[in-house]
Design a protein around this ligand. Sequence first.
Ligand code: FNR
Length: 334
Amino acid sequence: MVIYEDKIILAPMVRIGTLPMRLLALRYGADLVYSEELIDWKFLRSKRTVNDILHTVDYVDQTDGTIVFRTCNEEKEKVILQLGTCDAGRALKVAKLVENDVAAIDINMGCPKEFSIKGGMGVALLAQPDKAYNILKTLVDNLSIPVTCKIRIQETPEKTLELVEKLASSGISAIGIHGRTRDERPQHAVHTDFIKHVSQRISIPVIANGGSKEIEKYGDIFKFKDLCGSSSVMLARAAEWNCSIFRKEGLLPMDTVIKDYLKLAVDYDNSPSNTKYCIQNILRELQDTPRGRQFLDCQTLKQMCAIWDLEDYCFKKQSEYHNMGIASRWQVNP
Ligand code: FNR
């Protein structure tokens, strides 16, 4: 059973929070890791498959063969699947499918993107608290694993507390609070005082979020936690940029992080496009350097690995998988 007190957590991030990044975060020291947001109706197109070669459980889209969600034993007790949903019945169907493969389920009630809002998901749910409550209550009543949600703050601390009290009464195990309103963007200051107002008055653990701009080293995580008076902290961008932020011993150089990440991407046969996207978000402005441009031309894991002296590692692993009969779509003549 997941305990949400005193935890440092990898926040949900679309395209970033796939298996290699989640395992990297755990190996560096994160206590819990969220998946990227997965949309319920898309998830329902997938079929659960055990991958005997990679030792993973794969949810494979039946229409195009892509992997919607890949997980493994190493993260089983620590991975929280985040769902994008506007429908209690559909959310429950997905949750029942994955109930034995993940540690908990989270509902995204904070995404302000047009796609989410138009679909009645993400932050749109906060304008319909009865509906949001109903989704959570349905999950809590029918699942054997904990249920949480991640929200944004309202216009005032009092309104935020009122909303959290309503959602908490569904029986959820914890609540993630991103300290920005639906109209505020990442560059806006985070309202730690709003989170603190709620943390001090609510009995379930609060997971504070939104502090990445001020979190440059491990110790900063606890400064943010203190400001929010929260039980736990969840990091998105700080981890996206340098996942070793979770290390008690301190940050690792960017190249070490990329190498550690790439090895996991190879080990778990991650798609080149997703791997490239994650590394681009580590490199950031360094993409505009000779090595960065060389990287941007890469199309295969092997090409990416060559830049970080991991060509042999990649070749060996891919050959091994090939000999075991893996039908990897990503491998090009291993
Ligand atoms: C996000 N965020 C996000 N939130 C969420 O609930 N589900 C998601 O899938 C995503 N996806 C996502 C992708 C990327 C690339 C970023 C940068 C952010 C929001 C994220 O979890 C977090 O709430 C904010 O980034 C604020 O926290 P930080 O970055 O200050 O730690």
